[in-house]
Design a protein around this ligand. Structure first.
Ligand SMILES: C[S@@+](CC[C@H](N)C(=O)[O-])C[C@H]1O[C@@H](n2cnc3c(N)ncnc32)[C@H](O)[C@@H]1O
Ligand SMILES: [Zn+2]
Length: 383
């Protein structure tokens, strides 16, 4: 395999040489490498570092596992930039050999180890403080084994956004044992379906969760889950599972905690039929205090995608804790009025006494605790 040296963060590593960058498909190379996920890795480095200071942990005592490592870029960045011991794994022989080369290039042989195993076999045999699951596609086949082996922090990427968001319904149901709905807030729906599946997998191993940061960027969802050991914490975490009722006619939505809630069939607003999504995670998906520590880390480190990373995390920090968002354009189209600046709409809602924020999920989206009837009144007064 021909390789080239690239630099990212504080490291330089060998990656597969691409002859024609315009047609380069990361998944078709001998070893997977996607320069566009630098942003994802910049955020991960800041998050792992923030987690250590937030939880006042000793970095020398922590073992981070980059379970699907490909070139090793993620683990090598964590080892170099955060100083953790790392284990890197990939079932591809070419990836395994490239990871070994890259450890040598970065002089990390003493601090890092590599393996060449099926991710599930590895995660059923070993345990790690921090587990990073970064598959190409769905993480669903790895949720049980990662839930077993993780001690402190689980980082999950999902690139199967169509199944998660309800665009590929049967696949979403098969993978996540949940029913998604393709609403105007489908990106958040997808994140919550993924989190719901992760929470249930962790509960099986008597582990509870505090979700620290979740973002949907480009074609993937990424979430960071603090693990809290114990059956009673797992019980409390499961209590934050539930369902969303949604009316496609008027945009009404409601959420219900519990795995067997009684659900009304008719929309109380327009009397149209209600549709149901779930089971999914209804708990918080951002921890604003933690987001601040991540922002501080980003400011100290200034990685390559610093500005984009700050924008995402700052939006996540501001998001109010409501499990759906509204789309101003969708609402205005229904009302036959023209949309206005989203920031102004959010401040008008706040002035009217409602909680409201923008959301990182969508540039035209906003969150609020106002009901659909109240929002429509505000829109008419505002526009
Ligand atoms: C999306 S890539 C990982 C990218 C990498 N984490 C990064 O940031 O550049 C997914 C990798 O997982 C590996 N993989 C897929 N399924 C696996 C499995 N069941 N066990 C081990 N490795 C697997 C693939 O060979 C591929 O290299
Ligand atoms: Zn309705």
């Amino acid at each position: 395999m021909k390789t080239q040296i690239i630099s990212e963060g504080n490291i330089s590593i060998n990656v597969p040489l691409s002859d024609d960058t315009s047609n380069f498909l990361p998944s078709s190379a001998a070893v997977f490498y996607n320069p566009q996920t630098e942003l994802n890795r910049d955020i991960t480095t800041a998050v792992v570092s923030a987690f250590i200071s937030y939880k006042e942990l000793d970095p020398c005592s922590l073992l981070y596992a980059d379970i699907m490592s490909a070139t090793g870029i993620r683990g090598i960045r964590i080892a170099t930039e955060v100083g953790l011991k790392c284990h890197m794994n990939d079932w591809s022989l070419a990836a395994y050999q490239l990871m070994q080369d890259n450890l040598r290039v970065n002089n990390l042989q003493a601090q890092c180890s590599v393996s060449h195993q099926n991710a599930n076999t590895l995660m059923h045999q070993e345990s790690f403080d921090i587990v990073d699951l970064d598959p190409f596609g769905s993480p669903a086949p790895y949720l049980d084994s990662s839930a077993r082996c993780v001690r402190k922090l689980l980082c999950i990427t999902a690139t199967d956004t169509a199944p998660l968001c309800g665009a590929h319904l049967a696949s979403g149901i098969r993978k996540y044992s949940a029913y998604p709905l393709n609403t105007e807030y489908h990106k958040e729906m997808g994140a919550r379906i993924l989190l719901g599946a992760a929470v249930r997998a962790l509960a099986l191993h008597d582990k509870g969760v505090k979700v620290l940061l979740t973002h949907a960027t480009r074609h993937y969802v990424r979430s960071y889950l603090e693990i809290i050991q114990g059956a009673s914490v797992a019980d409390k975490t499961i209590e934050k599972m539930g369902y969303i009722s949604h009316c496609f006619n008027c945009g009404f939505r409601q959420w219900h905690f519990g795995l067997v809630p009684g659900l009304e069939q008719e929309c109380p607003n327009c009397h149209g039929p209600l549709n149901f999504a779930g089971p999914l995670w209804l708990g918080s998906i951002q921890d604003p205090g933690f987001c601040q520590v991540v922002l501080d880390q980003l400011d100290d480190r200034r990685p390559g995608k610093w500005k984009q990373a700050v924008k995402i995390v700052a939006f996540c920090q501001e998001e109010i804790d409501i499990p759906t968002y509204y789309d101003q354009h969708w609402l205005c189209k229904k009302q036959k009025i023209s949309p206005g600046p989203i920031d102004e709409l959010v401040s008008v809602l706040k002035k009217e006494g409602f909680a409201s924020s923008r959301t990182h999920f969508s540039g035209t989206g906003f969150k609020t605790d106002a009901s659909i009837v109240e929002i429509k009144k505000v829109l008419h007064r505002f526009l």
